[in-house]
Design a protein around this ligand. Structure first.
Ligand code: FAD
Length: 471
């Protein structure tokens, strides 16, 4: 008797975990995010791969990194790339984020750049990230993406963090020439909102909040209008390189590519390519969006602005008032996908709303979701070619700070894939010229052997950070 395997499920899988599953699925529905509910229909795409094809450049992943790479390959290098997406277009972080477009790339602050690489490199890196941010800002003006250009507020969540923010303000002003300024608790609460954790805040003028899915859809429209092809429901399930040609196996056929750009972020499966195995730690981040606040609630919380905020906790909260007066707030979540639905993770966010904005305690949550952010060994991204003998490049490792920088990473990645990176000094910066590394033990030894224990480490670090943040 002939048996056939059942078609893969297309239902959203809330327990998906990149360290466990081979791929994020095939044609799965979007996570139930506010962005998906409010973006309107996805732009036209090119349908799933249906037979074997030969292409010059294949891009794996259709988030803002992949779409931007496709856009700049077409616009600046005349290369019409083929984007392979496992699920719906922009299905990963790019339809799940906080939409906070910061003048940043990875997780490290500018002071940490100086500590790590010295002031000269830090200044060059600043010029690069700032240029990328300006490029993002220009795109937010061109695109319909509900952009709010109001800067960023870094909120001291306890009194002793005020001195830390004063120092951050000094570094931004005196060393990097930004117009950042410190606000007292009273100034912050009067001018922005009555956030009760706040003991003061640093305001920096660079920060554009966007509707991240509308933004990514616009990148996609533009890339396709220039010749790129976008194939949803086409997960790369196997990868062989034969005589220098990459054979990417998808359910509908093999894509034979001369060059491959990997843009799979926190959704990078362990088995996709040995080049990335155990080099990225996927970390789950949660987000909620409330029902629209009433006029009385806006008054009670004194919301006067949609400027987005993050607080100084290591396990930080990020939050902002959206265009339709809903509050979005997010923070870290569970460690494994299997545990993601445990109500304690949602409670962390609803408790934070009640603590930060007491008049909103118990407010109805209309949307709740989570997604995997990509964390590298040093919390900074890598836009690199990991093996000079292979025609494979990647842009990954934003550590939850990729809304703005991913478009610039895509532009730089396109340059590299097109072979236009050899004589640019900018590619000597650490995010371009150094490799992703395996995890380390006590900052002493790096080894892939530690990879299976990363989540134990994460568990203890979360406990330690929580004690530092809250006690
Ligand atoms: C809850 C949350 C909040 C965040 N908030 C912010 C924020 O406020 N500000 C900020 O700067 N950043 C934030 N981020 C991070 C930000 O969203 C991302 O850095 C940014 O969207 C860039 O994502 P990306 O394109 O690199 O990856 P993604 O958007 O995750 O795209 C990767 C894609 O690769 C696909 N894929 C994976 N494997 C395969 C395969 N084998 N074959 C084919 N396709 C595959 C996936 O399906 C996925 O769609 C947040 C992330 C999360 C999850």
């Amino acid at each position: 008797m002939l048996t056939s395997s059942p078609p893969p499920s297309t239902r959203y899988d809330p327990q998906y975990d990149p360290l466990v599953a081979k791929t994020p699925g095939a044609g799965r529905d979007y996570a139930p995010t506010y962005w998906v509910a409010s973006a309107g229909p996805a732009p036209q795409d090119d349908g799933p791969i249906q037979n074997d094809i030969d292409v010059d450049v294949a891009i794996i992943g259709s988030g803002s990194t992949g779409m931007s790479t496709a856009l700049y390959l077409a616009q600046e290098h005349g290369i019409a790339a083929v984007v392979l997406e496992a699920n719906q277009t922009a299905w990963g972080c790019s339809s799940r984020s906080g939409g906070q477009g910061q003048n940043a790339s990875g997780r490290l602050t500018r002071s940490q750049w100086i500590d790590r690489w010295g002031i000269d490199t830090a200044k060059k890196l600043d010029t690069e990230i700032r240029t990328g941010f300006e490029n993002f800002k220009a795109l937010t003006r061109e695109f319909h993406c509900d952009a709010h250009d109001g800067g960023h507020l870094y909120v001291a969540h306890r009194p002793e963090k005020v001195a830390y923010l004063q120092e951050q303000t000094r570094v931004r002003r005196d060393i990097f020439g930004y117009q950042a300024k410190m606000l007292s608790k009273e100034e912050f609460q009067e001018q922005f909102c009555d956030e009760r954790d706040a003991q003061g805040a640093m305001w920096e003028p660079d920060g554009v909040g966007v509707h991240p899915l509308k933004f990514t859809f616009e990148l996609m429209r533009k890339a396709r209008s220039l010749g790129a092809k976008v194939h949803p429901a086409s997960p790369v399930q196997g990868w062989q390189t034969i005589n220098g040609i990459h054979h990417l196996q998808t359910p509908g056929g093999v894509v034979r590519a001369k060059r491959v750009a990997v843009c799979t972020g926190g959704y990078t499966g362990q088995q996709m390519t040995p080049l990335l195995k155990n080099k990225i730690l996927p970390i789950l981040s949660n987000s909620v969006v409330t029902r629209p606040l009433t006029d009385a609630e806006i008054q009670a919380t004194n919301f006067r602005s949609q400027t987005f905020m993050t607080d100084t906790r290591t396990l930080r909260f990020y939050y902002r008032l959206l265009n339709d007066n809903r509050l979005q707030l997010g923070s870290r979540s569970s460690i494994t996908g299997a545990d993601a639905q445990d109500p304690q993770h949602l409670k962390l966010l609803t408790d934070a709303i009640a603590r930060k904005f007491p008049p909103l305690a118990g407010i109805q949550i209309d949307y709740s979701w989570w997604g995997w952010v990509d964390v590298s060994h040093d919390m900074m991204p890598r836009i690199a070619r990991p093996d000079p003998l292979q025609t494979v490049w990647h842009a990954v490792g934003y550590g939850g700070n990729g809304v703005a920088f991913s478009t610039w990473a895509g532009k730089r990645l396109a340059q590299r894939v097109a072979g236009k990176d050899s004589d640019h000094a900018v590619f000597n910066l650490p995010i371009y010229n150094s490799a992703l590394q395996y995890p380390n033990l006590f900052n002493v030894v790096r080894s892939e052997a530690f990879a299976p224990f990363r989540r134990f480490g994460q568990y203890f670090l979360y406990k330690w950070y929580w004690m530092q943040d809250e006690l």
